[in-house]
Design a protein around this ligand. Structure first.
Ligand SMILES: Cc1cc2nc3c(=O)[nH]c(=O)nc-3n(C[C@H](O)[C@H](O)[C@H](O)COP(=O)(O)O)c2cc1C
Length: 330
């Protein structure tokens, strides 16, 4: 039904891509999204050995014969080192994955132009997740195949330029020759139609995929996302130079109080550690760790299968686009 630069590039039916989600973007969810006609995501940071990472790619391939993306997050981490990054790049090239979503430091700076060239030679499409036109222009110059343009509404770590998706997408589209994918604030067919109208060639969402049957997370979390509203996320981490957006909770109040009184990473880290977040997802403890979701949670009304979600979104987006066309007099 949709024909865009992204559906053509990957041979997929539906221009809906899943974003990286540490602890959640794993083979079951990734394959379910790809099988539903979109583009699943396998987040490399979930794996710390070559065997585990290659095993996750192979497991995803056993579950789907459709393309999926791998995320490489080049941000400060206590678990993941530059050696892990080199391993991920090597395995992605050897396994010839369809594409890579890079976030944080661009690939050419994090691993050198050799890495960009090796991946391109292996046929891997490269996308960088950016929050500013200047960063997108860098990605284009370095040879990336497209950008994910992420507005301040997004979950995870939006850039501290704080520009909304509504403004960022047209600015990206007018400034770049490579395709732009809209990220942040998207969770249904209406927001998808808006992004495509702004010139995006696809949409990326992450929070919406948590409330799907195939996401391996405690059911409390899925129900909580259905209940929570668009004003129930908050930015934190500005004082330590790593802004994040998460669900409002007891722990976020504690984090913001520490930041307010000038506390540093040492004091904050125990409240934000990866292990703490993993436990909260697994046990459904919404108040105990920063759950990095976006404002798009206000649009989540139910828990669906990935197939139901993508089918519903595609239908609704098509209806919105047709309705918008009818608003124009010949
Ligand atoms: C639970 C969760 C974990 C995330 N982890 C990562 C990550 O490890 N690396 C990354 O680049 N982005 C990460 N993100 C950001 C998403 O990939 C995506 O950019 C963002 O969530 C899109 O906004 P939305 O959630 O409102 O759709 C995460 C998002 C969520 C919701």
């Amino acid at each position: 039904m949709f024909k865009t630069a992204i559906t053509e590039m990957f041979g997929i039916k539906c221009p809906i891509i899943c974003g990286a989600m540490m602890w959640l973007s794993k083979p079951p969810l990734c394959a379910a999204i790809s099988n539903a006609g979109g583009m699943g995501n396998l987040t490399a940071g979930n794996y710390t050995t070559e065997e585990e990472f290659r095993g996750a790619i192979q497991e995803t391939r056993r579950r789907t014969d459709k393309p999926f993306m791998v995320n490489l997050t080049f941000m400060p981490s206590v678990r993941i080192s530059p050696e892990h990054h080199q391993m991920y790049i090597k395995v992605c090239a050897e396994e010839k994955v369809a594409g890579i979503e890079v976030s944080g430091t661009p690939l050419d700076k994090a691993a050198g132009m050799g890495a960009v060239e090796a991946l391109k030679k292996a046929g891997v499409k490269l996308f960088h997740k950016v929050g500013a036109v200047r960063h997108a222009l860098h990605a284009q110059k370095a040879g990336y195949d497209g950008v994910y343009a992420a507005g301040i509404e997004e979950g995870g770590h939006p850039l501290n330029d704080d520009v909304t998706t509504m403004v960022l997408i047209p600015r990206m589209v007018e400034s770049l020759k490579i395709p732009v994918v809209a990220v942040g604030g998207i969770a249904d067919g209406r927001t998808m139609a808006a992004a495509l109208t702004l010139g995006a060639q696809a949409v990326m969402m992450a929070s919406r995929f948590i409330a799907t049957q195939e996401c391996v997370v405690h059911d409390n979390i899925k129900q909580e996302l259905v209940k929570r509203q668009e004003y129930e996320t908050i930015l934190f981490g500005k004082s330590i130079g790593l802004q994040g957006r998460a669900l409002k909770s007891k722990v976020i109040e504690e984090i913001l109080a520490i930041e307010e009184k000038g506390g540093g990473v040492k004091e904050l880290f125990p409240l934000m550690s990866g292990e703490r977040i993993k436990e909260a997802w697994d046990k459904g403890h919404v108040q105990d760790a920063p759950l990095m979701v976006g404002q798009s949670i206000g649009l989540i009304k139910n828990v669906l299968s990935c197939k139901e979600l993508l089918d519903t979104m595609a239908k609704e987006a098509a209806e919105c686009l047709a309705k918008a066309k009818r608003m124009v007099q010949a």
